[in-house]
Design a protein around this ligand. Structure first.
Ligand SMILES: NC(=O)c1ccc[n+]([C@@H]2O[C@H](COP(=O)([O-])OP(=O)(O)OC[C@H]3O[C@@H](n4cnc5c(N)ncnc54)[C@H](OP(=O)(O)O)[C@@H]3O)[C@@H](O)[C@H]2O)c1
Length: 328
């Protein structure tokens, strides 16, 4: 867990600079772009001159509303932001979205921002929903975007960046002592859910996935180095809609804490845009408070990372046969 002094620094003392790097000519995609951090991230990319910003979200109406607001604030041209629908809980929605994305000429930046937390036990992708969305669905989508990012790199001699919006809470996640041979199947069982832990665990599994993905895409001693950069970023604790699916005492406590300590979504979005503008030195790494930060020991557990990756790969192959060939 971030130490108290680290938390106080990030939440109360850190002055997060407004990003100023140019995204001119670039095509950028942000999932969950209709609200919270995502809307602010889209706004920055538009301000920073991106040629095309895909505001990806699960509701066309909410996406259109966000697009109109951003256009009104930034006074950008009306052909810069395109809204595309994608529901990360649905393989068919992801498939349709990927088909649309593949019609684009290039993808320079992809921000895996969409995420959720809930206290209810529901099943998605055969596991508890928080893990289903924040981990399985997020990778189901990400792995299908990588081929176009790689071809963008080659064709335009550029370095596309994929960023996962992580959370410092991965560090306090409790990993089950004996989840059997499939951690996702383990959490399909309602009695195994710990609603205080589920979101944190989803972000730990996401970190395991990102670390493994980066190792696979960047093997040592390769003569054909992976042309894309993948990193994870903690946006700090921000006031957004993330508590929306909580209820009762959990929601009340969250709201009080948020009122005292949270940064604005706009401030948090600056950190994400910084990560999306970062270079090869951040590949496979985790950024917090604007800098690369060492992974906490829990993220460096090789055995768990391998188990999570192998279990994830099997599930992804079942949903989308051949998907793992995208990263060979
Ligand atoms: N806020 C924080 O303090 C904080 C800290 C660390 C990390 N994060 C991460 O930041 C990211 C953005 O969260 P936020 O804080 O901005 O919360 P938010 O305001 O609730 O935004 C979450 C976004 O994800 C979308 N989303 C949720 N489930 C989805 C699905 N199945 N398919 C497609 N989109 C989906 C939501 O769409 P709808 O509007 O349709 O629900 C919304 O656009 C998340 O990954 C979160 O874990 C947040």
């Amino acid at each position: 867990m971030p130490s108290l002094s680290d938390f106080v620094h990030t939440q109360f003392l850190l002055r997060i600079p407004q990003p100023s790097v140019s995204f001119a000519g670039k095509t950028v995609i942000v999932t969950g772009g209709n609200g919270g951090l995502g809307k602010q991230i889209v706004t920055y990319f538009v301000r920073l001159g991106a040629a095309k910003v895909i505001l990806a979200c699960r509701s066309q109406a909410r996406g259109d509303k966000a697009k109109a607001e951003i256009e009104s604030i930034t006074k950008c041209r009306l052909d810069v932001i395109d809204v595309m629908e994608v529901d990360i809980e649905s393989p068919s929605s992801i498939s349709t979205f990927v088909d649309e994305v593949n019609e684009l000429d290039r993808v320079d930046v992809f921000v895996n921002n969409a995420g959720m937390r809930t206290a209810k036990h529901q099943l998605v992708y055969g596991t508890e929903r928080t893990l289903g969305v924040n981990m399985i669905g997020t990778f189901l989508l990400a792995l299908q975007i990588i081929p176009l990012m790689k071809s963008t790199a080659k064709r335009y001699k550029t370095t596309p960046v994929m960023t996962f919006v992580a959370s410092a809470l991965y560090d306090v996640a409790k990993y089950p002592e004996n989840p059997g041979d499939d951690i996702f199947a383990w959490y399909a069982e309602e009695s195994h859910m710990n609603h205080m832990n589920q979101y944190n665990l989803s972000k730990l599994l996401q970190i395991y996935g990102a670390i493994k993905l980066c190792q696979i895409l960047d093997p040592e001693n390769t003569e054909d180095p992976n042309p894309i950069v993948i990193n994870s970023v903690d946006p700090s604790f921000c006031k957004t809609g993330l508590s929306g699916e909580l209820s009762g005492v959990a929601k009340g406590a969250f709201k009080v804490f948020e009122a005292i300590a949270a940064n604005s979504a706009e401030e948090g979005s600056r950190l994400v845009v910084q990560a999306a503008a970062a270079g090869r030195e951040t590949h496979g790494l985790y950024l917090r408070a604007g800098k690369v930060q060492k992974y906490a020991p829990i993220a460096l557990d090789e055995e768990r990372t391998t188990h999570v990756w192998e279990t994830l790969s099997k599930r992804l192959e079942k949903v989308q046969p051949g998907i793992m060939r995208n990263i060979e």
